[in-house]
Each structure stands twice: as structure tokens, then as C-alpha cells.
Design a protein around this ligand. Structure first.
Ligand code: PEP
Ligand code: MN
Length: 357
């Protein structure tokens, strides 16, 4: 599937030598708050002012945003600071209010993307509108189909300026994250839709200020095109997501500390070294895939014998033994036990499938 994203035109404003930067509060709380935030942010590199006016809250009673009147405040603050503005939409009436106030960029939130009825309704409301960009957050669960589906619906409705936001997934998994990053999903999305710009939202991944710099840098190392970072003039007083918002000043320091990465550089020595190492990787992968094929053929032979002797395909004690030994062997090669476990779980699942054929 190919989405027809506008050719030769940057989706969103930004400078080539640094990532696209989107900053602003989780929620627009008052005219003064958004004005002050915008003014303070304008001192630093920033391309788009964000601010949610309709906040999807997990529990009723939490601050649900100031509603429609916030759209005008956000737009006004953006105009004063010379910045395009972005806000979240979840219903066709949100879209209409944003269009009537000339909001430049819309985003669809993680909870909304999880619901095809909602994404379709938003796409329908945007039919024929070609001057707004739409950013689609990943759905709350790691389902690439739902994420892709939202792009397809928008694309079919004629929306050409699209971007994807990785904001992590509600899958637990520790690491101290509010929403676990699963980098292979946005990377797979990019493989399937090469022109889609990838933006990382470290604020909603981290849920606290602690790891925002680390996750932002990780995204840039993975060639993400931009970052969306929640910033508030007084984070401790914020009405939503207070522990993850940065002051504009801390945002400025963060942005200054980030190191953008390039995909290719004009440095012959580096390119040579890289291609020699890549050749090695190709050779090793070649061996790895051949070995996996060989392993599966042996597995099939075992399968045939088990079938003949009426022995069960899955043998828990053998599986335990394989896992234990490979994890031990992995340790001597400096390989993380978690990695070996996951790898062997996949290999074992595939082996069982081969024996059941
Ligand atoms: C937000 O960006 O403020 C937001 C609610 O994000 P998400 O949809 O990722 O939870
Ligand atoms: Mn938020």
C-alpha cells in the first residue's frame, strides 16, 4: 500500500539541520497560560505550538480541557509567537471548530486511533480539505493495522499531509515508562509508507521528566524526523500531565543538548568503513538464515519420528533445557538473557509449527 503523500514538499515547517520541533502544554488552560508559554517557547528553536483543548481522560472528573474556546486562544498565541498551531481532534465537530479557526495541524490521539468509527468520522470531516496537516498517534495497543488503517482512511479522504507520532503503548513491561516505546512498530510503518515523517512524543512515553532527554535522543538515533514535547510555564501547577511537562527553559536546554543524526554523510572514509562492516553483517546474516533453515529441517525430521511413534510435539522438559542452555551460552557471548529468551521463543514457536504441518 502506498499513501500519496505530497511529493517534494515538507509536510510540516521545520529546518533541515535539526528535527521538527513541536512544543506546548498538554492542555490549554487559560488565555494567559498559552500566551505565556508560546512567548517563552519562541526564545528557543520550535516549529509548532501544541496545546490540547479537548483532553481524553481515562476517568471522569479529571480536567477534560477548556473546550472550543481554547482553539481561539491557541491560534491567537501562535500568531503572536509566529508559530503554526496544533491540537487534538476526536470528533467531526472538533474538526469543524479547528477548521473555522484555521488551526494548522491536527492530531488524532492514541485512544481515538484505536477506534475505526472515530477515525473514519474524522476522515469524512476532512474530505476535500487540503491545507491542514494531520498527525496520527499510534493506537494504545501495538497494532500496526489500526495505525495504518487511520492513514488509509485519511488518505482516501484526500488528506495528503500526514505524519505519524510514536507515543508508546499501554502494554506494561516496566522500565519506568508510562507507555512503553516499541520502536520496531514506527520503523515498520516507515518501511511500509516510506514517505511518512516519524515524530516521537517522549512526554507520553516517559510520563515523567526523568527520561525525556534519553528517549528524545533515542528517537533521533533511529532517524525520527521530529519531536513533540509537552512544555508548561509552571509544570507543577499543570491541570493535566504535570509530572511529564518541562518548563520552556528546560525545553531549551534539552533541545540544545540533542544531537541530530544523519542517514548519509559526505565522508569517504566513514562510508568505506561502513560498507566493509555492512558486508560482514550481510555474510553473517547469510549464515544465520542458512543455519535457521538447516535447524528447521532437522526439526521436521524429529517431527516425523514423533508422529510415527505417537509422541507429543511439545515437550516441556526439552524446551526448558534448550532455553536454559542457550541463555547460558548467550551470556558467554555477552548477549542479554531477555534477548535470547525472546529469540528462542520465536524459534521454538516456529519449530512447533513445522512439526504440526
Ligand atoms: C496528548 O498529546 O496530550 C495526548 C492526550 O496524547 P495521547 O493520545 O498520546 O495519550
Ligand atoms: Mn498530555
Amino acid at each position: 500500500m502506498k499513501l500519496s503523500i505530497k511529493q517534494d514538499e515538507r509536510l510540516l515547517p521545520g529546518e533541515q539541520d535539526r528535527p521538527l520541533l513541536i512544543a506546548g502544554p498538554c492542555g490549554v488552560e487559560s488565555k494567559e497560560q498559552i500566551m505565556e508559554t508560546a512567548r517563552a517557547l519562541a526564545e528557543y528553536p520550535v516549529d509548532i505550538l501544541r496545546g490540547g483543548v479537548w483532553k481524553p481522560r481515562t476517568r471522569p472528573g479529571a480536567f477534560a480541557g477548556v473546550g472550543g474556546k481554547g482553539v481561539a486562544w491557541l491560534k491567537r498565541a501562535g500568531e503572536e509567537a509566529g508559530l503554526p498551531v496544533a491540537t487534538e481532534v476526536a470528533t467531526p465537530s472538533h474538526v469543524e471548530m479547528c477548521l473555522s479557526h484555521e488551526v494548522d495541524v491536527l492530531w488524532i490521539g492514541a485512544r481515538t486511533v484505536a477506534n475505526p468509527f472515530s477515525t473514519q468520522a474524522i476522515a469524512d470531516a476532512l474530505r476535500g480539505v487540503d491545507d491542514v496537516a494531520v498527525m496520527v498517534k499510534n493506537p494504545v495497543s501495538p497494532d500496526i493495522g489500526l495505525w495504518l488503517g487511520a492513514f488509509e482512511r485519511l488518505n482516501k479522504a484526500g488528506v495528503k499531509q500526514l505524519a505519524a507520532i510514536h507515543r508508546g503503548f499501554s502494554i506494561g513491561g516496566g522500565g519506568g515508562f508510562r507507555n512503553q516505546p516499541v520502536w520496531r512498530l514506527p520503523i515498520e510503518l516507515k518501511r511500509r509508507v516510506p514517505k511518512i515523517p516519524l515524530i516521537c512524543d517522549p512526554s507520553h512515553i516517559c510520563g515523567s521528566r526523568k527520561f525525556i532527554r534519553r528517549i528524545s535522543q533515542e528517537a533521533l538515533d533511529l532517524m525520527f524526523d521530529g519531536l513533540m514535547i509537552e512544555t508548561h510555564i509552571s509544570p507543577d501547577d499543570a491541570l493535566s500531565d504535570s509530572s511529564q511537562q518541562l518548563t520552556p527553559n528546560a525545553y531549551g536546554r534539552l533541545v540544545a543538548a540533542l544531537e541530530p543524526k544523519r542517514e548519509v554523510v559526505d565522508n569517504a572514509e566513514f562510508q568505506n568503513e561502513l560498507s566493509v562492516l555492512r558486508e560482514k553483517i550481510d555474510e553473517l546474516d547469510d549464515k544465520l538464515v542458512t543455519l535457521l533453515g538447516e535447524r528447521m529441517r532437522v526439526v521436521e525430521e524429529i517431527g516425523e519420528r514423533k508422529e510415527r511413534t505417537k509422541v507429543a510435539v511439545f515437550q516441556p522438559s526439552r524446551w526448558e533445557e534448550i532455553l536454559k542452555n542457550r541463555v547460558e551460552q548467550g551470556k558467554s557471548e555477552n548477549l542479554d538473557p531477555n534477548f535470547i529468551t525472546k529469540l528462542y521463543q520465536l524459534v521454538h514457536e516456529e519449530a512447533v509449527r513445522h512439526q504440526e504441518r
